[in-house]
Design a protein around this ligand. Structure first.
Ligand code: NAD
Length: 495
């Protein structure tokens, strides 16, 4: 099914638009989801002509397609002809008047029936101003067409600033019109968590506090801060990765089963899940959260974070976070969720490990203390995609000995190449009005409240940084967090 709409992209000359949005829109066009009845207005400060804008859009498609070996044909030019550029300063009311005129003309020309998607590919400090002017200058259509707003992270720095940001846009757009992108929710392996849990009797029946011992989530990067030091110095790992991506994964893993798999039921369960994460006191934060910042590697060939270009010599920004969260959702009540993310770790990997309980007596051994290995389900999210199930089976001929084996399923390179980029899927969902893979305000708000307790505790103390060697799996305290509970990280590439 194709969908007609006018896209108005604020920040049309920026990096996000160039690298992600134009290629994603082109893919939707190439696949026929967007036919000829669509138009895009790009706005930003630079005084570009429409012709120049077309060249930029075509070059964005070419750059993105290079890896996939797309052949050159006239489709990119046909696509780019749907793009219109308007020079714009977000504070200038006259520009919104001109924008409305152009939007109305294009609506008429392409028969778009008043369907509008406003994509704010700009810094969040502009969101309120833009949303206010869109309403005041009547860019929001009031017929049968839809008005949808797509916004990007960062959504605030803490709960008060996120609330202020939300209040600033909610005067113009209702919650159901706001599509908050968390691009992790656009990744297929993340979307498949619900299918794995609720589409398989095997896992559905075992997904409970009776059977799950603990859940582990690791988002490990091997690279350092690279060229993002300016942004990172104001954010840190907690704001960059935990409050949004990790908390979304936590709610998908711990939510109760929805009666129906549709956006409203799913979101209700996800909101409940994040609201059922235990709020810590300051003392509990000290016991359950660890922060770190990378130093040099053991051979001193890589810079410490504080020596990277653009960082403060005494920076107290964390490049690593590990923590233990506890869910009080009924079926998993009390199950610990160990989370971990960091830069310059041993190996790049995003994965979830579900560690099952192992209470059965080992009838295969004379030694009553000899425990069977635990069963572990691993969901590989990046760069591998797939699953590993670890279970015990008889091996060897000498007596009846059990050893763990790994049942592996991995998507092939060809299968991975066929999966649409997260932005393509998310824009398609926004066009269809499907909010399954977008963050609701209540989720965002509650995740901030949980993180703010940690942040406030940390901000009151000076950390002893750097405290982990580049190329390790983070500070010792992150391992101690589990050892103390008689557990260990399943993903341990040092082994
Ligand atoms: P960018 O700096 O490359 O682009 C910003 C855009 O805003 C430019 O088009 C610029 O002309 C425009 N702009 C700035 N001030 C303006 C003004 N006063 N009036 C009119 N236009 C103005 O930034 P970006 O990397 O494209 O990121 C945009 C937003 O998306 C940021 O909030 C960023 O955090 C978020 N984001 C970006 C990415 C990414 O991959 N680049 C990923 C996730 C989130």
């Amino acid at each position: 099914m194709n969908q007609k709409a006018l896209f108005i992209i604020f920040g049309g000359t920026g990096d996000l638009a160039y690298r992600k949005l134009y290629p994603a829109l082109f893919n939707l066009y190439e696949k026929g989801y967007l036919k000829e009845d669509f138009a895009v207005i790009g706005t930003a400060r630079r005084p570009w002509s429409n012709d120049h804008y077309h060249e930029v859009v075509m070059s964005a498609i070419e750059d993105a397609g290079r890896d996939s070996g797309r052949t050159n044909d006239d489709l990119p030019r046909k696509f780019a002809n749907h793009f219109y550029y308007q020079s714009h300063n977000v504070d200038d009311v006259d520009h919104y008047v001109a924008l409305r005129k152009l939007a109305d003309e294009l609506d008429e020309k392409y028969q778009l029936e008043g369907n509008r998607i406003f994509y704010l590919a700009m810094a969040p400090r502009f969101f309120g101003t833009i949303a206010g002017h869109l309403k005041d200058q009547q860019l929001l259509t009031d017929g049968d067409g839809f008005n949808r707003l797509i916004i990007e992270k960062p959504f605030g720095r803490d709960y008060p600033s996120a609330k202020e940001l939300n209040d600033s846009i909610s005067g113009s757009f209702k919650e159901e019109q706001i599509f908050r992108i968390d691009h992790y929710l656009g990744k297929e392996p993340i979307q498949s968590i619900a299918g794995l849990r609720f589409g398989n009797a095997l896992f559905n029946s075992l997904w409970s506090k009776e059977h799950i011992d603990n859940i582990q989530i690791t988002l490990a990067e091997s690279l350092g801060v690279e060229e993002r030091a300016g942004y990172y110095e104001t954010a840190g790992a907690m704001r960059d990765m935990v409050q949004n991506h990790i908390m979304q994964i936590v709610s998908l893993l711990t939510m109760e089963r929805p009666d129906v798999f549709d956006p409203s039921h799913l979101r209700e369960k996800k909101i409940e899940a994040v609201e059922n994460i235990q709020m810590y006191s300051k003392e509990e934060v000290d016991q359950n959260f660890v922060r770190g910042q990378y130093g040099e590697d053991e051979f001193k060939t890589q810079l410490a974070y504080r020596d990277e270009e653009g960082t403060d010599d005494n920076s107290q920004i964390e490049t690593f976070v590990a923590g233990k969260l506890i869910t009080h959702n009924p079926s998993l009540d009390g199950v610990p969720i160990y989370i971990r993310t960091g830069k310059r770790l041993t190996k790049k990997s995003t994965q979830v490990n579900i560690v099952f309980k192992n209470n059965d007596k080992n009838i295969f051994s004379d030694n009553p203390d000899e425990k069977l290995e635990t069963n572990v389900l691993t969901m590989h999210i990046e760069p591998d995609q797939g699953f590993t199930l670890e279970f015990n089976t008889k091996t060897g001929n000498q007596g009846y000995k059990l050893s763990p084996v790994h049942l592996r399923y991995r998507k092939t390179a060809a299968e991975k190449a066929r999966i649409p980029d997260a932005y393509e899927g998310l824009i398609r969902d926004a066009l269809a009005g499907d909010k399954t893979n977008f963050a609701h305000w209540h989720e965002v708000a509650q995740a901030w409240k949980i993180m703010d307790v940690v942040r406030n505790t940390w901000d009151a103390e000076t950390p002893d940084f750097p405290n982990y060697v580049s190329g390790s799996m983070g500070p010792q305290a992150a391992d101690d967090l589990l050892t103390r509970d008689g557990r260990e990280w399943v993903f341990n590439p040092r082994k």
